[in-house]
Write a protein that binds this ligand. Structure first.
Ligand SMILES: Cc1cc2nc3c(=O)[nH]c(=O)nc-3n(C[C@H](O)[C@H](O)[C@H](O)COP(=O)(O)OP(=O)(O)OC[C@H]3O[C@@H](n4cnc5c(N)ncnc54)[C@H](O)[C@@H]3O)c2cc1C
Length: 175
């Protein structure tokens, strides 16, 4: 009987504590200030497009804005970390060559648009997506993997991901 007297209050305390415990809230990409349809509507992309074009880049295919390429924009703007509020950058530029990278840096500076480089996009904090006022320089198309003649050194472009790197190095060097 003495045991029951000691354990019953303890049991009631544990049940009460468990009932009052709340599960930590997960934001699940809570609704951001912008939506895919709103972002960019008040931004004039023409000077940037003209600058890129003058430099020999292809803004009509490689500058992805929510207005010019809404579906493609939604695809490249995938942000996998559901704990971090989703952002809607002004645009994505997908360079194909070093000259494209030079052009977007030069034109971004000229137009005073903050640029954010994105290589793999895997940082836990989603740092490579910037915010609603930045332009993402998305390097996914620059993904070449080249094994040099010495057989032990490889040249990797910044958009190369680990899986394809392993596969390409195995094909090229068998290790
Ligand atoms: C499941 C998982 C496991 C991980 N394990 C490890 C681990 O074992 N060891 C470890 O060190 N990390 C680890 N990380 C962290 C992750 O690997 C690093 O954040 C990653 O290396 C970042 O590379 P990224 O190309 O994806 O960079 P991104 O996410 O694209 O960018 C990260 C930052 O670098 C900047 N940046 C990107 N590209 C360039 C560029 N070309 N020039 C200049 N700045 C650039 C971006 O603007 C951003 O600020 C892990 C992450 C995940 C999701």
């Amino acid at each position: 009987m003495g045991t029951v007297r000691i354990f019953l209050p303890a049991l009631i305390f544990i049940i009460t504590a468990a009932a009052s415990h709340t599960t930590p809230e997960i934001s699940h990409n809570k609704d951001p200030a912008h939506t895919n349809h709103e972002v960019g509507t008040s931004f004039n992309y023409s000077p940037l497009q003209a600058c890129l074009s003058l430099g020999g880049s292809e803004p009509w295919t490689d500058l992805i804005t929510p207005l010019s390429h809404p579906t493609y924009y939604a695809t490249v703007n995938h942000q996998w970390n559901l704990r971090i509020e989703k952002v809607y950058p002004l645009a994505y530029f997908l360079p194909r060559t070093a000259r494209d990278v030079q052009n977007i840096v030069r034109c971004g500076l000229a137009e005073q648009i903050p640029l954010i480089p994105n290589s793999g996009g895997h940082s836990y904090e989603a740092l490579s997506f910037g915010n609603n006022d930045t332009l993402v320089v998305d390097l996914r198309l620059m993904d070449a993997v080249t094994l040099l003649d010495d057989g032990v050194t490889a040249h990797l472009e910044p958009g190369a991901l680990l899986g394809p790197i392993y596969a390409k190095l195995w094909i090229a060097g068998k290790r």
